[in-house]
Structures are given as structure tokens and as C-alpha cells.
Write a protein that binds this ligand. Structure first.
Ligand code: WQD
Length: 340
């Protein structure tokens, strides 16, 4: 049975991926420093699957501690979720973002090299398409100009991984470019648990719904889109997690670098998101309109053909599922994993 190391596996996408890997028969080891997550998410993974997860409290930048995991386990592949991801914070603290995100990647690659681990899947982002590429994005487009340091760290990490694979022909690297993951596990016991004021749309909507925030501010209504609000490719986090299982099967059978968009291919506007959330959950979301947020593009959505053709993966859940599952999680756990 293959053993997969999830670096940053206690977080939102990592925990959902752990469930899908365990259910597909893989063994899972998690390394996380809980800087933006908590051990409770791993307990929920175990509860959902009825299987055990080996977890190490480790900062992935700490090579001595990370090496222990490779020493104690025969790791067959790594999925690299570990990283800071708040766009606004990255503008204020660029050095922190470059140091953290680049260092985690280099440290993982050094350990993999020392212990002969050849397979890695990386959590990249649609943000690497930058400002100049037209939608829908296809994988062969050149990486573009990012509007913030967080985005640049993703660009740089993709480059580092490509160079590592170029130098070692036995390596297999898959870069997964996520679009906008939302929703939660349908059990209602696992979901996104942002610390502080949420940066992203859906967690904010959910916190307004549960009464933790007064209203949602929609950032801009004068974009060149059908209703004037930005459009994004929202993808259910469980569909996204299943994409990782397909990617794991793929890395074991291939060498070199392959890039896949993980999105639905269908964009929705901010207004459509709010309307659907209200309708599906029969809850009113108070909305105000504000200025555009710096760095936001009018539209971002995938051409998802390659993942279908090569991995045999496509999304199964629709926007209504995303809204209902998010609300089940948020209403059961108003304060996330650390109930007040
Ligand atoms: C979606 C839409 C906002 C909040 C970013 C990163 C990406 C990925 C996900 C991080 C936009 C609007 C939002 C609010 C609003 N990485 N909005 N009011 O900006 O597409 O993507 O997060 O982990 O790499 O770039 O996602 O959810 O922040 O915004 O009107 O209070 O919702 O303007 O149009 P985004 P988002």
C-alpha cells in the first residue's frame, strides 16, 4: 500500500484530500505546524474514514524534524499543501511569504532527494496565469504577471519544481492549478476554518449567515462582466480532493512534469454566489457594495479538458451542493474546530 506524505495536510484542502486518499486505500502521513490549522481536523478525518492518520507536528521548513518523517516512513509520494496563502497579507509581509513558501518547497525537495522519493504533487493556483492571459485558461499558456507576492511564490515554486525534474529524470512532478475551492465535506464535520476575518468570499458569506459578521461587502459592481461583479470558477473542495487522488495515480505511472487545471470550467459572479447561497439555505445575506479590491481580475476560469482527458477527472458537484455543504459545516460549527 503506497504511503503519501501530506505537507500542510491539516488545512482545508489537505484534510479533504486525506479523506479521499484514505477512502481510495492509500496510507496517509501528515506534517503540519498548525500555524493556520489545528489537530482537530485530523481527528475529523479519522472519524469520517474510520482509519488512522499518522500526524507529525513539524514546520516543513525545519529540515531536521522533517527528515525524521522520511526516516520513519517509506514515503512513496508527497503532496505539498504547506504554505501561506493570504493575498493581502502577502502584500504587507512579502519577505515572510517568500521565506516561508520557497523554504518549505526547497526543504521538501532536499529531503525527497536524500531519501530517494521521486514523486510530488504541488498545490499551485490559477493565480499563476496572471493578468495577461485570456480566459478560459489552458495549461500550455505561459505563466503571467501576478498582482501580489503570494501569486509570485506560486510561480516561483512551479519553476523550482520544474527545474528539479529537469535535473532528475526519475522525478515525477504534477502541478495542480486550483481555481476557487469552496464548500465542505458533506458529513458537516469538516470544512474551512479561517482564522480572523476571512479573506475569501465564501467563508465570509458563511460567517454573515451564522451571525458572526454583519454584512458582506461586494468589491466592485462595474466590472466588464454580465452583472458587473467578478466571475470565478468555484470548485467543491471534495471534487478538488478527488483530483489529487487521480494525480497520485498519475505520478506513479509517469515521469517529468505535468500541469493540470482543477476547476469546473464554469464561472459564477459574486452576485450569483450570494443568490444561490440564500436560495439553497433559505437564509438572507445582508449585502453592501464597495470599491473594487486591489489586484482582482474581472474573470478567472478554467478550461478543464486536460484533467478530463488525461486524468479521467471531472467535477461532480454543482454550485447548489457547494452552498448547502458549506452551510451544513458552518451551522454545525459556527466557530470552526475550536467551538466557543
Ligand atoms: C472571489 C470574488 C472578490 C470577498 C484568491 C487567490 C487565489 C486563491 C483563492 C488562496 C472576488 C469577491 C471577496 C468579499 C467580495 N488562493 N469578494 N467580497 O480573489 O478569486 O482568489 O483566493 O488561497 O489564488 O487569488 O478569491 O474568494 O477572495 O474572491 O466581493 O468580502 O469575491 O472581489 O471577485 P480570489 P476570493
Amino acid at each position: 500500500m503506497s504511503k503519501i506524505l501530506l505537507a500542510g495536510g491539516a488545512g482545508y484542502i489537505g484534510s479533504h484530500t486525506a479523506v479521499e486518499l484514505l477512502e481510495a486505500g492509500y496510507e496517509v502521513v501528515i506534517a503540519d505546524n498548525y500555524s493556520n490549522s489545528c489537530p482537530e481536523s485530523i481527528k475529523r478525518v479519522e472519524k469520517i474514514t474510520g482509519k488512522q492518520v499518522q500526524a507529525y507536528e513539524v514546520d516543513v521548513k525545519d529540515k531536521d524534524k522533517l527528515s525524521v518523517i522520511f526516516k520513519e516512513n517509506k514515503i512513496d509520494a508527497v503532496i505539498h499543501f504547506a504554505g501561506l496563502k493570504a493575498v493581502g497579507e502577502s502584500v504587507e509581509k512579502p519577505v515572510l511569504y517568500y521565506r516561508n513558501n520557497i523554504d518549505t518547497t526547497l526543504t521538501l525537495l532536499e529531503c525527497m532527494n536524500e531519501y530517494g522519493v521521486k514523486n510530488i504533487i504541488f498545490s499551485s493556483s490559477a493565480t499563476v496565469y496572471g493578468e495577461e492571459n485570456p480566459v478560459p485558461y489552458t495549461e500550455e499558456m505561459k505563466r503571467g504577471t501576478c498582482t501580489n507576492p503570494y501569486g509570485w511564490t506560486k510561480v516561483m515554486m512551479e519553476q523550482i519544481l520544474e527545474d528539479a525534474a529537469k535535473a532528475d529524470k526519475d522525478m515525477s512532478v504534477v502541478l495542480l492549478r486550483y481555481f476557487n475551492p469552496i464548500g465542505a465535506h458533506e458529513s458537516g464535520i469538516m470544512g474551512e476554518d479561517p482564522q480572523g476575518i476571512p479573506n475569501n468570499l465564501m467563508p465570509y458569506v458563511a460567517q454573515v449567515a451564522v451571525g458572526r459578521r454583519d454584512h458582506l461587502t461586494i468589491f466592485g459592481k462595474d466590472y466588464p462582466t454580465p452583472d458587473g461583479t467578478c466571475r470565478r470558477d468555484y470548485i467543491h473542495v471534495v471534487d478538488l480532493a478527488k483530483g489529487h487522488v487521480k494525480a497520485i495515480d498519475f505520478v506513479f505511472k509517469n515521469k517529468g512534469v505535468e500541469v493540470f487545471n482543477l476547476g469546473t470550467g464554469t464561472p459564477y459572479s459574486v452576485t450569483e454566489i450570494v443568490t444561490t447561497f440564500q436560495k439553497e439555505n433559505d437564509i438572507e445575506i445582508k449585502v453592501e457594495y464597495g470599491d473594487r479590491r486591489a489586484g482582482d481580475l474581472p474573470e478567472s476560469y478554467a478550461n478543464a479538458d486536460k484533467a478530463l482527458n488525461v486524468l479521467g477527472w471531472k467535477t461532480e458537484k454543482n454550485l447548489a451542493d457547494m452552498c448547502r455543504d458549506l452551510w451544513r459545516w458552518q451551522s454545525n460549527n459556527p466557530y470552526g474546530y475550536n467551538q466557543k
